[in-house]
Write a protein that binds this ligand. Structure first.
Ligand code: C2R
Length: 206
């Protein structure tokens, strides 16, 4: 996968603490080792995961994990509607031609990324508000969900639960035309129900 430009940014020693440096190296290495889904790596990506910064990776990996579980090939990158508007626009504008079926966009602060991607494509865009600011994601939630009529963004919950649901929703969208995937999703729901039964029995026996 391509290494996002932002991984290499801001490495000037004057501007960063040791902690920040370790964090950046960790995220850089993680981004470099992220695979595009097991057993189907030669297949073209069906889902594009975009995040506003590499600092969002920890949360967006939840979406990636779901896609891996359902063996849906995906690509993952960084683009910012604010800091790199051209890159963000180009990503979305070329997405359909490149074979993507769904875009998942995660961003924190004044999160305009998902909306701007949606403006550049007819593909469904799923937004994940990230709790990276002092407003703990409420800013990102409102910026992502309050789209003007005509440009919808399917907005998930804030943070990791939202990223996980973004992966599941992307799978459900693709499953409309893939019976095998729909079957896997059905089994996934059945397994959740079984877990609830287990938990209920445990609580009822107290
Ligand atoms: P840094 O950690 O790089 O300072 O980013 C990112 O998603 C991230 O959560 C801080 C936060 O800024 C967000 N960001 C956006 C956009 N670009 C970056 N919300 C955008 O275009 O919407």
């Amino acid at each position: 996968m391509k290494i996002p430009n932002s991984v290499a940014l801001d490495f000037h020693p004057i501007f960063i603490t040791l902690n920040q440096l370790i964090g950046k190296i960790y995220r850089g290495v993680t981004l470099m080792t992220v695979k595009k889904g097991p057993k189907r790596q030669n297949e073209a990506a069906k889902v594009g995961i975009v995040m506003g910064s590499d600092s969002d990776l920890d949360i967006m990996q939840e979406a990636a994990a779901v896609l891996k579980k359902f063996q849906i090939p995906y690509e993952m990158t960084v683009a910012s509607a604010h800091r790199s508007p051209q890159r963000a626009g180009d990503f979305a504008a070329s997405a359909l031609k490149r074979g993507l079926q769904v875009i998942i966009a995660g961003a924190g602060h004044a999160a305009h990324l998902a909306g701007v991607l949606a403006a550049h494509t007819t593909l469904p865009v799923i937004g994940v508000p990230i709790d990276s600011s002092c407003l703990q994601g409420l800013d990102a939630l409102l910026a992502t969900v309050q789209m003007p009529p005509g440009i919808p963004v399917a907005t998930m919950a804030i943070g990791k639960p939202g990223a996980r649901n973004a992966g599941i929703l992307a799978a459900q969208i693709i499953a409309v035309s893939e019976a095998q995937l729909a079957e896997k999703l059905e089994k996934f729901k059945q397994e959740m129900a079984r877990q609830v039964e287990k938990k209920a029995k445990k609580i009822e026996s107290l």
